[in-house]
Design a protein around this ligand. Structure first.
Ligand code: CTP
Length: 443
């Protein structure tokens, strides 16, 4: 099999990213530096998959100096000093550059101590053989290595569908790699090898997760749902983690409930091909809503603590199981688009996606129609119209909500009809004068 080289790598990139890479390589030529693409992007290129992130390694010089030299005028250079890595961004394009380094771990679960090292040492500190790959890009790198540097037969593993750790203590060094294995395996179509599963069992036996912080675990959870955009089914990741007895090791009693499997898969599809347009939303929160809904309130609370989910997000995930039953009921009983809108309007985008993923086809259609069309529609009324009727405060909100329901149900055509209805409701309720209590309307 012919392996891809530097020109195939460049061709696999978006044009903006390719231009940024050209700048880095020109700067590397002028200083005779050896530059390699490394890890995920090389693996994805060999697999013939889309190359998303560009990670570069530079030998024999400081990554910050190279990035600064290569940066076009509109670019931003951000340095992450602790690891000697630097990010170069211009427009939508971004490239990460690191100096080759050697890592040691003070204790299980700790962040690594990083020192300058050789290319081989840099590849050897990585998680899986399929990631211990480097593709020479600059002339100096190409003089040293004519093709892909493959430290541990990663290409054979890619072809054989194997996900294999580089050494038997890899999960001890960094237990979050277990979560990476459960995510990368199904995403890339690879299975964890028997030897790596033995190493995983040993790591669990040694209680490696005990010293991993909730923040690091949560960041891995976030990536599971982020990767759904690449076609990953999140339920497969949780299934693997459950089969490997990892969930129970993270928090006693934690599992993948049967009721969560199909909704998690559906959520994954909705992330990959959104049924409606959304602003920024946190897909992992929707995922946790679904995953933890069938658990007992105590287990849910402990799990959220374990993943260091705090504040309002923790409160809403904790309450989702109960609230979603109420929303589902309201949705089922709703007669007309106005009532559906009134039932769904209070939900956050995360809750809406969770509810959609849990619903049957009929209720999914209702949710999608609300999210796609109805929530964007505005009642043909102005605030001053209501003030002119003598409405204010909470009473104004309540009347407006009723007018909105009638409007979405198609019972009103224009502003005059809306004003007439508002006046009629206010008259019936005797609410032309404001009351002191009650909830306000939402728009
Ligand atoms: N890595 C590691 N151990 C970790 C995290 C990362 O050894 N806990 C290494 C892997 O070799 C990986 C590289 O660091 O290839 C870059 O990490 P990251 O960008 O997170 O992973 P990718 O493999 O590039 O995955 P993705 O395609 O999801 O970005």
């Amino acid at each position: 099999m012919k392996l891809p080289g530097a020109s195939e790598f460049r061709k696999a990139l978006e044009s903006e990213t390719a231009a940024l890479l050209d700048g880095v390589l020109d700067a590397a030529e002028s200083r005779e530096l050896a530059v390699y693409a490394v890890g995920g992007p090389v693996r994805d290129l060999v697999l013939g998959k889309q190359v998303n992130d560009v990670d570069l390694l530079v030998e024999g010089d400081d990554a910050v100096a190279l990035a600064t030299l290569a940066a076009p005028p509109d670019a931003r250079v951000t340095s992450h000093d602790r690891f000697g890595t630097v990010q170069l961004r211009a427009g939508a394009a971004s490239i990460d550059i690191s100096g080759v380094r050697h890592e040691t771990y003070a204790h299980v679960g700790a962040l690594p101590r990083v020192e300058p090292g050789s290319l081989v040492e840099d590849l050897a500190r990585r998680d899986f053989t399929v990631n211990a790959l480097a593709l020479p890009l600059s002339s100096r790198a190409l003089r040293e290595h004519s093709g892909i540097v493959d430290l541990a037969d990663g290409i054979t593993d890619l072809n054989g569908g194997d996900l294999r750790i580089l050494h038997s203590r890899s999960f001890h060094d960094d237990p979050t790699r277990v979560l990476r294995a459960a995510r990368l395996g199904p995403r890339l179509g690879l299975s964890l090898t028997r030897g790596s599963r033995t190493a995983l069992r040993d790591a669990l036996r040694d209680g490696v997760f005990g010293r991993v912080s909730g923040d690091r675990l949560r960041r891995e959870l976030v990536k599971i749902f982020d990767d759904a955009r690449l076609g990953l089914d999140p339920s497969k990741v949780f299934r693997l983690l459950a089969n490997w007895h990892v969930l129970g090791a993270l928090e006693p009693g934690l599992d993948l409930p049967r009721a969560a499997v199909v909704p998690l898969r559906r959520l994954g599809r909705a992330i990959a091909a959104p049924p409606w347009r959304s602003g920024r939303w946190r897909s992992w929160v929707s995922g946790l809503n679904i995953w933890l809904a069938p658990a007992s309130p105590a287990l849910r609370r402990r799990t959220l603590q374990r993943f260091s989910v705090r504040g309002e997000v923790a409160r809403s995930i904790g309450a989702f199981s109960k609230s979603s039953a109420g929303w589902m009921n309201a949705l089922l009983r709703a007669r007309g688009r106005g009532a559906i809108d009134a039932a769904l309007a209070p939900l956050s985008e995360e809750e809406l996606y969770s509810l959609y993923s849990l619903a049957d086809p009929k209720l999914r259609r209702r949710i999608a129609r609300f999210a796609l069309e109805d929530r964007m529609r505005r009642v043909p009324l102005k605030g001053e119209d209501l003030l002119a009727i003598g409405l204010e405060g909470p009473a104004l909100g309540r009347v407006l909500n009723r007018v909105r329901i009638a409007y979405l149900d198609g019972a009103l055509r224009d502003r005059d009809e809306a004003i007439a209805l508002a006046r009629e409701i206010a008259r019936q309720r005797g609410t032309s004068k404001p009351k002191a209590s009650g909830r306000g309307g939402r728009r």
